[in-house]
Design a protein around this ligand. Structure first.
Ligand code: NAD
Length: 250
């Protein structure tokens, strides 16, 4: 068997961090060489450990530091943190010129299948069907709407073309719905791991596609699979990849 790939987990004390740590112990391809949480220096940790991949599920405020530390060390990155600002996305594109990055708002197999299924549903149903997304998460989630809901909306907007817009929530005298809106509604509470419902509303009929996460291990498993994929056979070329790439390329 080939040597295990040493990885660093950033956000290691969080809900996802704990799940990643547990599942990594069962993964024969990977070994966790260091844990980084707030107050730790990722750049120093990479230099000291020689880690071959960083897996970050922390907070938006850490993302720029993670990108700089990985770019400085040429260390491949799996980024799952959501709530990214425009400048984070720009820094992400910049870093991906120098190193391979898998960035996904949702690392589960099912949600990534949903991204692909949506394109097909839109193709069959056409632009006259309204598309609305409802996302639900536990009460601790700090960003809204979820990264997955945004990605679902982007898939629908890409299918719809230039005129498409994203409407997050509605309040007051908003007027009739326009044909080119993709709406997102947000629900927060309890211990909901993550639910995304895409409703296509037609005249006299509706189609609903739902992804329901009941265990956050699905995200951790996907992220570890992405870390193995990034580092296999000498490693991937620099670039920005997503989970659909990981699932569809051996
Ligand atoms: P959490 O609040 O339980 O954990 C966040 C962790 O990050 C905490 O341990 C916190 O101390 C740590 N942290 C804070 N500042 C830090 C810093 N500067 N450097 C390093 N660590 C720092 O949150 P969570 O539920 O584990 O989620 C973490 C992130 O992952 C969120 O952005 C969440 O939306 C995202 N998420 C993504 C997916 C996906 O599939 N992409 C799935 C679930 C969660």
């Amino acid at each position: 068997m080939s040597a295990q790939i040493p990885i660093i987990i950033v956000g290691s004390s969080g809900r996802m961090g704990v799940s990643l740590r547990e599942l990594a112990t069962e993964d024969p391809a990977l070994t966790v060489t260091a844990l980084v949480d707030q107050d730790d220096d990722l750049g120093e940790t990479i230099a000291q450990t020689g880690a071959r991949c960083v897996v970050d599920f922390s907070i938006q405020a850490q993302v720029q530091d993670t990108l700089s530390a990985c770019a400085a060390g040429g260390t491949p990155l799996v980024l799952g943190t959501t709530g990214l600002a425009e400048e984070d996305r720009t820094a992400l594109q910049e870093a991906a010129r120098r190193l391979p990055v898998v960035w996904a708002p949702n690392f589960s197999v099912g949600a990534n299948a949903l991204f692909v299924l949506l394109e097909r549903a839109y193709e069959l149903l056409g632009p006259h069907w309204a598309a609305e997304i409802v996302e639900s998460h536990h009460r601790h989630k700090v960003d809204a709407p979820s990264g997955t809901a945004r990605r679902l909306a982007e898939v629908l907007m890409d299918a719809r073309g230039d005129a498409a817009t994203m409407t997050v929530g509605r309040e007051g005298l908003v007027g009739p719905r326009t044909r080119d809106e993709v709406g997102i509604s947000v629900v927060r509470g309890g211990d909901v791991v993550g639910e995304h419902e895409v409703r296509f509303l037609g005249e006299g009929e509706q189609v609903t596609l739902t992804h329901r996460a009941t265990d956050r291990a699905i995200f951790a498993r996907g992220a570890l699979r992405a870390a193995s994929w990034l580092t296999a056979d000498g490693g991937r070329a620099p670039g920005l990849y997503d989970m659909v790439d990981v699932l569809s390329t051996p």
